[in-house]
Design a protein around this ligand. Structure first.
Ligand SMILES: [Mg+2]
Length: 343
């Protein structure tokens, strides 16, 4: 029987190999919550919440207090009727990472019940994606060394964090110009620039001969007008990340003509809104990327199967599991360099 009989939460803390510095904070650890759903026939589904206070205002302790509520609400539900469970969990506005973890665990259990993989339940569009790797904010020398390492590892797409000091950021970009000339480049300011700083950054790098494929979240999350101003006054495609949490945010961003790309993260939207966002963005002839918070391999697995199943993404930024120490790899996927795939 595919009826849920048990829901369990498990708090887990992972250390980063080295502190990860972006605009707005330095992370030495990531605390995630594993969600385990067990059905009457013994079928098990796993999900993971990676709460972000910076983006969602969530704390791991908030998630853990929801365990009793989730048991009361989910026990007795049938994973074969997962849209019913999505409707219930769409109410978890204050804890979107938990919404993602439960919705994925339900799909994982349903897929096991059907003897299928989640990416097949979601459409089976492709069996392989490529991920980028991220350069955090560090000293100029360390940033350059990191870029060299990532190029050496064979990654075709490099994500570069900026947003704390526009002058230093321009100097850094100019100094890696030759290193990255054959690479695709995503620059993420994590809301750190003013509109003027963002336009200055983009135009200065452009004049220096650097091509940026995606300029992500240059200004604060609520400043949709600002995103639009940057988009209209710089030569690069602009993406919303922190601005784009729910399907309603994305609808407004596109209606306002504010961005070229939406960065979907399951931790902001859950599976249900992420599925809607894919269709809204495609209908608007805009483009999609998919990103992550501080997920372990268990949590990255969710975004990997979402990306494989929908086949909707021009860029995949799914590298948090490469940055944290784990005793056991939990993904139902394989990885060779920048290629992530299933058999
Ligand atoms: Mg981002």
């Amino acid at each position: 029987m595919s009826i849920i009989k048990k829901v369990e939460f498990l708090l887990k803390t992972y250390s980063y190999y080295k502190p990860f510095h972006i605009k707005g904070g330095i992370s030495a650890q990531s605390t995630d919550i594993e969600v385990k759903i067990k059905c009457e026939d013994g079928t098990i589904g796993f999900g993971e919440a990676s709460p972000s206070f910076r983006v969602n205002g969530e704390k791991p302790e908030m998630i853990m207090t929801m365990e009793d509520f989730c048991q009361q609400t989910l026990i007795g539900q049938n994973v074969k009727e997962y849209r019913k469970i999505f409707q219930i969990t769409d109410k978890l506005f204050a804890v979107p990472s938990l919404k993602a973890a439960i919705q994925y665990a339900v799909l994982d259990a349903f897929a096991s019940y059907c003897q299928m993989e989640v990416y097949q339940i979601l459409g089976g569009a492709t069996k392989s994606i490529k991920t980028d790797k991220t350069v955090g904010i560090e000293t100029l020398d360390n940033r350059i060394k990191e870029v060299k390492d990532i190029v050496g590892q064979g990654f075709d797409v490099i994500k570069i964090k900026v947003g704390e000091d526009v002058k230093q950021d321009i100097e850094f970009m100019t100094s890696i110009k030759d290193l990255i000339k054959d690479k695709k480049i995503i620059v993420d300011a994590n809301m750190g620039y003013s509109v003027k700083e963002a336009i200055n950054f983009a135009n200065s790098t452009y004049k220096a001969g650097i091509d940026i494929d995606v300029f992500e979240q240059p200004v604060y999350m609520t400043d949709f007008e600002g995103l639009k101003s940057v988009r209209y006054n710089c030569p690069f495609s602009v993406a919303a990340d922190e601005s784009a949490k729910t399907k309603f945010d994305v609808f407004r961003l596109l209606k306002d003509d504010a961005v070229d790309y939406i960065n979907i993260k399951l931790m902001k939207s859950g599976i249900s809104d992420a599925l809607s966002i894919v269709e809204i963005v495609k209908s608007s002839n805009k483009k999609l990327m998919i990103g992550c918070m501080g997920e372990s391999s268990l949590g990255i697995n969710q975004s990997v199967h979402f990306a494989l199943g929908t086949g909707a993404f021009d860029f995949c930024d799914l590298d948090s599991h490469l940055m944290i120490k784990e005793e056991e790899f939990r993904g139902k996927f394989k990885q060779k360099g920048d290629e992530i795939f299933v058999d």
